[in-house]
Design a protein around this ligand. Structure first.
Ligand SMILES: NC(=O)c1ccc[n+]([C@@H]2O[C@H](COP(=O)([O-])OP(=O)(O)OC[C@H]3O[C@@H](n4cnc5c(N)ncnc54)[C@H](O)[C@@H]3O)[C@@H](O)[C@H]2O)c1
Length: 318
């Protein structure tokens, strides 16, 4: 029996890039799929849209799929995605929150519209689709084999300049993953997130990132199809994890440990700025981190040296 035989899956932003590969992989593993994406022609002649094209591709291969054109950023639109899964296929087991956009801009240059859109599509979109799914599961009662798979980013876990809105939204998705894993465990739902690296339309629109993901002969590590087996695994009974984040790039997988704190000092009276300065005087200004960026794991520092140098040059550091 196929790994996801009989399961019903929703993939947001499933018309292109990673989402398309996830939808095809879930269908190939036996799931019936609602392929969500914004309406809009992929042929240029207005004869079809992205979600339709992927649903057609799944049906042509013998699978079951329907298209949905709602925006995940619209709370009521997100509800239609979940309603369509239940109405068409009789239930819901797997939600892949993948829809995304990227409008890089520095804090100085960003616009309110771009900031709002990043937060709406990524953070609100993930919360909205998951909320409507959770309501269905709560009404039906506990059942094993349910999964939500969110999409964060290396940029959400290791923030970079010009990635404020995108990085904050993606960091928020990491937080939602941990919150929802705890809230939905009693309903049999495992909630995890991926942080992918793959050559897609989004990446190709950003020359710096595109340069890190060249087309390769042989095993093309940045082919988005290499990410999707992780989605199938996280959606299946093979996965024992919940509330965790998995970075993936080609043949490399990294499992993130959550944030952790190190106690520097403790006392049973209120701190003053001066006693805090003394207590923290030997704490390093930088923290060592193991980051997962395009190219795999790198050991790095946060904040980077250039940040400390810029502060020192501005006379801000003692
Ligand atoms: N490609 C990478 O290396 C990379 C790295 C980190 C994170 N991601 C994340 O992976 C996800 C997929 O991105 P991709 O690289 O495949 O990009 P992509 O642009 O190829 O695909 C994104 C899809 O989401 C759809 N979408 C956008 N807004 C939507 C909305 N409001 N409602 C429904 N669908 C919407 C788009 O129409 C598009 O088809 C995104 O969340 C992205 O942030 C990608």
């Amino acid at each position: 029996m196929a790994l996801l035989e009989g399961k019903v899956a929703v993939v947001t932003g499933g018309g292109r890039g990673l989402g398309r590969c996830h939808a095809l992989a879930l269908a190939a593993a036996g799931a019936r799929v609602v392929v969500n994406d914004l309406g809009g022609s992929v042929t240029g002649d207005g004869s079809g849209d992205a979600a339709d094209a992927v649903a057609d591709e799944i049906r042509s291969a013998g699978g079951q799929a329907v298209a949905n054109r709602a925006s995940v950023a619209d709370w009521a639109g997100a509800a239609t995605i979940i309603e369509q899964a239940v109405a068409t296929f009789g239930g819901l087991d797997i939600v892949v929150n993948n829809a995304g956009i990227n409008r890089p801009a520095s804090l100085i240059d960003m616009t309110e519209a771009d900031f709002d859109l990043e937060i709406a599509v990524h953070l609100k979109g993930t919360a909205a689709v998951s909320h409507h799914a959770a309501r269905v599961w709560a009404d039906r009662g506990a059942e094993a084999g349910r999964a939500i798979i969110n999409t964060t980013s290396p940029v959400g876990l290791h923030p970079m300049p010009d990635g404020g809105a995108y990085g904050a939204a993606k960091a928020g998705i990491a937080a939602l993953t941990q919150v929802h894993a705890q809230e939905l465990a009693a309903l049999g739902v495992q909630v995890n997130a991926i942080a992918p690296c793959a050559r897609t339309r989004m990446v190709m629109a950003s020359p710096d990132v595109d340069a890190l993901m060249p087309q390769a002969m042989g095993f093309d590590r940045h082919d988005p199809a290499h990410v999707s087996p992780l989605i199938v695994y996280l959606a299946s009974g093979l996965c024992p994890f919940t509330g965790r984040i998995f970075a993936v790039e080609g043949g490399e997988i990294a499992v993130y440990d959550p944030w952790h704190a190190r106690l520097r000092a403790a006392q049973d009276r209120q701190w003053t700025p001066e006693t805090l300065a003394a207590a923290l005087s030997d704490a390093p200004r930088q923290a060592s981190i193991r980051a997962f960026y395009p190219g795999g794991i790198i050991d790095t520092k946060s904040p980077p040296n250039r940040t400390l140098k810029a502060l020192a040059a501005a006379g801000a550091l003692g």
